[in-house]
Design a protein around this ligand. Structure first.
Ligand SMILES: [Zn+2]
Length: 239
């Protein structure tokens, strides 16, 4: 009898332990599984999207700062190249450099406004550059404008698009379209120089104060990039 009681107690105990173990396992897995799945969903879904948006925003701010620096240096360099061309008796090329310098300053200011509007402080730039002979300066300018038009601004536009930053898209687009025109103007100036025909180049330029668009002698009544009316253009016909 005693033996039977012990056996029954043992069997009951074992059953309770077994059931408890099952219940615990079940309870644990019920508690844990949804958490694990949920955590994974949250991590791969929401966090990735938020991180991508934050990265695009940071990238666009860096792009704006780089573009502001580049345009500030280009404006100062072209102003110095303008003086050098005049010293070499290449008045028309001096005017082109002056017009491009004014345009790059507009781009730099536009980039700065967008940065400041988004709460980014913009420090002063101390432009460092080298002025060579006018022919070398033209080659440098063609290289610089080609890099901006073919590589730099297309990448910056893509980044700004990913960030959904309309103001950055606008200011990058103004600069991108203008630099493409500058490259052609510099190429024509170099070709004229090589043919000893500089005097045939335009002796007047018009710069759009909104986007920096640069016209030779015959401006459109509205800017082809930003639609600003022609009476607002800055005329450059003397140094
Ligand atoms: Zn314009």
């Amino acid at each position: 009898m005693k033996k039977l009681m012990v056996c029954m107690s043992f069997a009951l105990m074992s059953g309770w332990i077994f059931l408890s173990a099952c219940n615990n396992t079940e309870a644990t897995s019920k508690l844990q599984e949804p958490i694990v799945v949920q955590t994974e969903n949250n991590t791969t879904g929401q966090t990735t999207g938020t991180e991508a948006a934050a990265n695009a925003k940071i990238k666009t701010t860096d792009d704006l700062l780089a573009a502001f620096k580049g345009e500030t240096i280009a404006s100062a360099k072209y102003a110095a190249c303008s003086k050098k061309a005049e010293q070499e008796g290449l008045h028309q090329i001096a005017l082109l450099f002056k017009a491009a310098s004014a345009a790059e300053k507009i781009h730099a200011n536009n980039h700065k406004v967008v940065l400041e509007e988004s709460g980014t402080k913009v420090g002063a730039i101390n432009p460092e550059f080298t002025v060579k002979s006018t022919k070398e300066n033209l080659l440098d300018a063609i290289r610089g404008e080609s890099y901006e038009a073919n590589t730099m601004y297309p990448v910056f536009l893509k980044d700004a698009d990913a960030a959904g930053d309309q103001m950055a898209l606008l200011t990058f687009n103004y600069a991108y379209k203008t630099e493409k025109k500058h490259r052609v103007l510099y190429e024509n100036a170099l070709a004229a120089m090589e043919k000893n025909n500089v005097k045939a180049l335009s002796a007047v330029y018009y710069v759009c104060p909104t986007c920096g668009n640069t016209y030779e002698s015959d401006p459109a009544s509205r800017c082809g990039i930003c639609m600003t009316t022609s009476e607002k253009y800055v005329k450059i016909s003397s140094l």
